[in-house]
Design a protein around this ligand. Sequence first.
Ligand code: NDP
Length: 496
Amino acid sequence: MTLAFDEPRIQEVVGALSRKMLINGEWVDAASGKTFDSINPATEEVLASVAHGEAEDADRAVRAAREAFEEGSPWRKMPHGQRGKVLHKLGDLILEHLEEFALLESLDNGKPYAVAKAADVPLAADLFHYMSGWTTKIEGNTIPVSAWDPDAYLAFTLREPTGVAAQIIPWNFPLLMAAWKVGPALAAGCTVVLKPAEQTPLSALLLGELAMRAGVPAGVFNIVTGFGDAGAALASHPDVDKVAFTGSTEVGREIVKAAAGNLKKVTLELGGKSPNVVYADADVDKAIAGSAHAIFFNQGECCVAGSRLYVEESIYDQVVEGVAEQARTIQVGNGLDPNTTMGPLVSQEQFDRVTGYIGSGKDDGAGVIGGDRVGDRGYFVAPTILTGTKEDMKAVQEEIFGPVVAAAPFNAEKDILPVANNTNYGLGAGVFTRDISKAFRTARRLRAGTVWVNTWNVFDATLPFGGYKESGGGREMGHAVFNNYMETKTVITDLS
Ligand code: NDP
């Protein structure tokens, strides 16, 4: 196996990021002096030692962010156009460091280096470039008052940044999730404390370094590396105005409770169990390729993974066999091997969780294609199809967050929609058909924040993203995201 990077280069990139976190523009140790290990999921070896931030560190970071948000601070006085230039520069710097970022993502998360280089990193840069344009375009309005003499009052609205934002992110797209959160918050003029996932802290640290190089003032963007308790300390901190969280629905509920103390604004991007509806009139090759991509991309560790595949009966066997064939062509291995198209799962815990669900599907009577452990070191699982699944199976109802799809046939359009919507989640969904009316009808009726038609996994900085039901609330990306990070102030002036 040839790796895309040699050991000295890996040490150089990783070594520069170990042990410290970013508070008030400085690289600091945890107050306790403690560190924790980040593990390479492909080798199970220690990759880096990272500062173990706890409540005291979260508090230091919030205080720095609060001070940086005060009226008259360099950040608040920075002209909006200049703020845009800083964010644009950060996007440029991400692209300049494309290979380092892709390396870090592959080592820390396991995903193929080539995927991180082609998708995660450019999309993160694009997010900052897109957001940089908004800093000069977020405007209030003048408003005609309705019940009074129009010459008596002038009323208008101002859009102002919400304040200090705590942002807690998961491990599946470490850099991209940081970009989705940090980009709009900074564009809006907020200050940020970011808590990356314990499994994947490294790319966020490089992002912090580049943000300072781009001209983000000290204290505006802070990073606390640590575990769930550091996230909990941020979510309950009285001086935090807003929490943005991506992760499990379970922790989402904890965040809402913790944020209730000072009634912080909360946005949540939680789990999913996305239905993928394939009608018999679909372009079958496209449906097979799209359905395989929907579930196997990023090891299936996608909140929008198309994990429930419903295929109209007459083409069910053909589509299932086609997806199984695609699964067999997937090369599972170390993400730094150029031949690899699927890396390991992120951790032992995730490996146990995913294989547990495969076992439960089998025990409940589903057919299993794939599903074996690959190799004896690293958290590798072969892409898996559970066939002939029933709605009441655990593997059909709960988020697995791995390369495991549950496939079942259906008879007619009218039957499948209630089934497709039969989930507490509502993040993503998809439909494959050549009939445009059926496509739009289905898209209209699926209860999900994003519906793909004849495709899957297309994301863009311009497109709002978020969930219905227990998949969360609020939208990321697009200009809709500014509702998360801005207040609207109404000013009414007596003209007499
Ligand atoms: P979590 O929801 O536990 O973690 C997400 C983030 O929240 C991490 O930064 C985590 O810190 C932090 N966190 C954990 N507990 C708290 C808390 N009480 N208060 C504040 N922050 C907290 O996800 P897991 O990593 O445990 O994954 C478990 C499952 O969640 C997966 O199998 C998958 O089903 C789902 N998930 C969904 C994601 C999505 O995008 N919708 C993303 C990731 C996971 P730390 O990791 O350091 O403990």
